[in-house]
Design a protein around this ligand. Structure first.
Ligand code: AHR
Length: 554
């Protein structure tokens, strides 16, 4: 039986509307209809500041992510800025993309950053980690990395997009000195080192000031097949000395796959064997969770358990959301383990890969490895996930949706001059105002929904979400997971009153709805001005919806 670890290992070897009440805008407390649910925002129960970085992204050199997705080349007829896709940069700025992780993923532990610097025409071509899984239809650049994009181009892309770079170092196949020199190349001051001169010669005299560095990726699998103890030894070795320039480095340790509590515990236990001070080296511990098993409990097989991206029934819809809501238990569970190692320095979670993973077949560009077509279901899934992160601001320091473009849960799809924002991309737009906000404890009460799961009665929660406030702006985001029923929710602000409000939502009468290169506006935010003049309102959330309410407070 094959599981994800084996799959990746083989790779390494082989390579809501918020439908207003009938009257437009928010109904006020005077609305005569009784709600079936309630959203109660408790202003005197702050949970912590929502790190903007939980709205992060992930771009691996895999399939069509880098070549065609991000990079089109300077001479391309596709609108670009220095070879980088312009429409992508523009939307990333719009959603305030805070951070982008690169170059992997599994690719990171086979990548030599030195191949990607210097004159482009002199850069070597190398076999991509994912080469053996590439299809006949895939362009050569997906199998044999031309290194047209390297550190300079990626950091430039981040700067243009307004995001911080988060680089993952190669622990499986490069020595620690290569990591040290990558930091030096990126961060040493102009004129200070030979590598700073090399950077300047490429047109970048000023240091890149890269702060976030992953020490390997999935070191339990494609990143070296280490035991947690072995990896801790490597982590200590790779982090014992790194050049520090203007900024402190924030190192992210390769963490558990889903509910592998043992990895988290054993890694930390080995780290502290050399003393609790060792923990200070770790800014965050990576957690990866893909929602892939839609087999309704029939198998744990990595291939057989996957579902279809677009052709699914309503039971599959709930199966995916069940897989997604596991994230809350993973965040609280790994946090519990991390708490066992609280020696005055809290290691936080960095969920640097999350999203659904379906079987192949829905690619917008046939041949793009791991590309899938995000639908309204994935938008609802993404809303569920981001709300979970918002509810645990003290635990989650960063999160990165996998992956940015032409891949798994992609906010964007592109091919040559075609570009489309997926429903997932629109969720990031709806949720952007949570970044940096103060999360508030918010009680979502709603009746469970009930459905038939292969002849057996099943239920699922009826309404969930999160709320945050910044200055006088309150953001409430919520998901109505029901495929058929709308929710009438009373919204109660405890400790504040609203001056004015607006709302945006994603929904569609077809739960499979998605945006294509030809039909780009099937699932797009619908906006309505609303009038809110009291502390209590009744709103209606349509079936299968993600809703964002932006409320200005008095
Ligand atoms: O996102 C695709 C792959 O999934 C990444 O390369 C790896 O880290 C994970 O297993």
């Amino acid at each position: 039986m094959i599981n994800r670890r084996d799959f990746l290992h083989q790779g390494a070897l082989g390579a809501t509307a918020l439908l207003l009440s009938p009257k437009p805008g928010w109904a006020t407390a005077a609305d005569s209809r009784a709600g079936d649910s309630r959203i109660e925002v408790l202003f005197d129960e702050p949970l912590g500041t929502i790190s903007p970085h939980i709205y992060g992204h992930f771009a691996e050199n895999l399939g069509g992510v880098l070549y065609d997705g991000i990079w089109v080349g300077e001479k391309s007829r596709v609108p670009n800025i220095d070879g980088l896709r312009k429409s992508l940069i523009e939307h990333l700025r719009k959603i305030k993309a805070p951070v982008i992780r690169y170059p992997g993923g599994c690719f990171a532990d086979s990548y030599d950053w030195r191949d990607g610097i210097g004159p482009a025409e002199k850069r070597p071509r190398r076999t991509n980690f994912w080469a053996n899984e590439e299809s006949e239809k895939a362009p050569a650049s997906h199998r044999y990395d031309p290194n047209a994009v390297g550190t300079n181009e990626f950091v430039h892309f981040c700067k243009l997009a307004g995001a911080e770079p988060y680089l993952a170092a190669n622990v499986r196949s490069l020595p620690a000195s290569a990591f040290q020199q990558w930091v030096e190349y990126c961060n040493s001051p102009a004129g200070s080192t030979t590598l700073a001169d090399a950077r300047a010669a490429a047109g970048y005299p000023d240091p890149f000031r890269v702060k976030y560095w992953g020490v390997g990726n999935e070191s339990w699998g494609c990143g070296g097949d280490f035991t947690p103890q072995e990896y801790a030894v490597e982590f200590r070795r790779y982090s014992t000395w790194l050049p520090r320039f203007e900024d402190e480095l924030s190192l992210i340790a390769s963490g558990p796959n889903t509910d592998d509590w043992n990895w988290t515990r054993e890694f930390l236990a080995e780290m502290v064997r050399k003393g609790p001070g060792q923990l200070r080296r770790i800014y965050g511990m990576a957690l990866h969770h893909y929602a892939w098993n839609l087999s309704r409990g029939k198998t744990q097989n990595w291939e057989a358990g996957k579902g279809e991206a677009v052709k699914f029934d309503s039971v599959d819809w709930y199966e995916l959301l069940r897989e997604g809501e596991r994230m809350e238990g993973l965040v609280t569970g790994h946090w519990q383990v991390l708490s066992e190692f609280d020696h005055g320095h809290r290691v936080r979670l960095v969920v640097d890969e999350w999203g659904p993973w379906y079987r192949p077949g829905s690619e917008a560009t046939p041949g793009n490895q791991l590309e899938q077509m995000p639908t309204l279901r994935d938008a609802v899934f993404s809303g569920v996930t981001l709300d979970i992160f918002n509810r645990h601001p003290e635990k989650v320091a960063m999160a990165n949706c996998a992956q940015l473009i032409n891949c798994l849960n992609s906010p964007y799809l592109a091919h040559e001059d075609k570009f489309v924002i997926t429903p997932v991309g629109h969720v990031f737009e709806l949720y952007a105002s949570h970044q940096g906000g103060q999360a508030l404890r918010t009680i979502f009460s709603a009746p469970n929904l009930h459905y038939d799961r292969d002849g057996k009665p099943a239920s699922f929660w009826g309404l969930r979400g999160s709320a945050s406030v910044r200055d006088k702006n309150l953001t409430i985001t919520a998901v109505n997971p029901s495929t058929s029923e709308s929710r009438l929710a009373e919204i109660a602000l405890r400790g504040a009153t609203a001056r004015e409000a607006s709302m945006s939502f994603l929904s569609n009468s077809d739960i499979h709805a998605h945006n294509t290169f030809d039909q780009r506006d099937v699932v797009v935010p619908q906006r309505k001005p609303v009038s809110a003049t009291a502390g209590t309102f009744v709103v209606e959330l349509p079936p299968a919806s993600v809703v964002a309410l932006n409320i200005q407070l008095n």
